[in-house]
Design a binder for this molecule. Structure first.
Ligand code: GRF
Length: 204
């Protein structure tokens, strides 16, 4: 399967996916068709180029969402992706975008999307002193972190000492779990749950 990985910042999830594509659970299952960013100077984009991946960017600043997204869709289609993999892509997708890749857009959210949507999910877990949080991989719809859940993984936060500690533990899970979930999806082992039936994680 051909992946288009979209990011806006650091790109640690993109790097983890790239590692698993080259020598891990995604080897032979997936290839990186392109890494795209709406922020041309995103560190993750430079990191992807250094790894030898095709990269593309279109600056989203000051752009109207529907027009910007139409341009992004056209750009991504040049790379013929099977899946659009959001990895820290800080944009809500317009209906145009969703329709262009219906059912093939994934996102990773560092919380249970039924409990927390949007930014600052690790801050939320830390401030509420949660003993556990969940990483969610879900299909993307027109809402903010509202699409059907593909899988969730727990993060043990007991004894966490700081927000940095919470983030470190969470990212370690994210980096394994995104690739694992994508591999299961590509192999046809995962069937998205409707929002009403997502109370528990899928069996691992
Ligand atoms: C991750 O925590 C991801 O779950 C969230 O945004 C962050 C992106 O980090 N959607 P990175 O750019 O992959 O390092």
């Amino acid at each position: 399967a051909r992946l288009a990985i979209l990011l806006s910042g650091r790109g640690s999830n993109m790097l983890a996916l790239a590692r698993e594509v080259r020598a891990g659970v995604l080897q032979g299952l997936a290839e990186v068709a392109v890494v795209f960013s709406n922020i041309p100077e995103a560190p993750g984009l430079a990191a992807a180029a250094e790894l030898g991946f095709a990269t593309a960017s279109i600056d989203s600043r000051g752009r109207k969402r529907s027009e910007f997204d139409a341009e992004v869709v056209a750009k991504l289609q040049e790379f013929q992706p099977d899946y659009i993999v959001l990895a820290g892509y800080m944009r809500i997708l317009s209906p145009t975008f969703i329709r262009a890749f219906a059912g093939r857009i994934l996102n990773i959210h560092p919380a249970d999307t039924h409990q927390h949507q949007g930014l600052h999910a690790y801050e939320w877990a830390w401030e509420n002193r949660l003993p556990e949080t969940k990483i969610t991989v879900h299909l993307v719809d027109e809402g903010l972190d509202t699409g059907p859940v593909l899988a969730q993984a727990p993060v043990d936060l007991r004894g966490a000492q700081s927000l940095a500690d919470v983030e470190r533990r969470g990212l370690a899970v994210e980096h394994r779990f995104y690739a694992d979930t994508l591999a299961r999806l590509i192999r046809g082992e995962l069937h998205p749950q409707t929002p009403a039936s997502t109370a528990t994680a899928l069996p691992q």
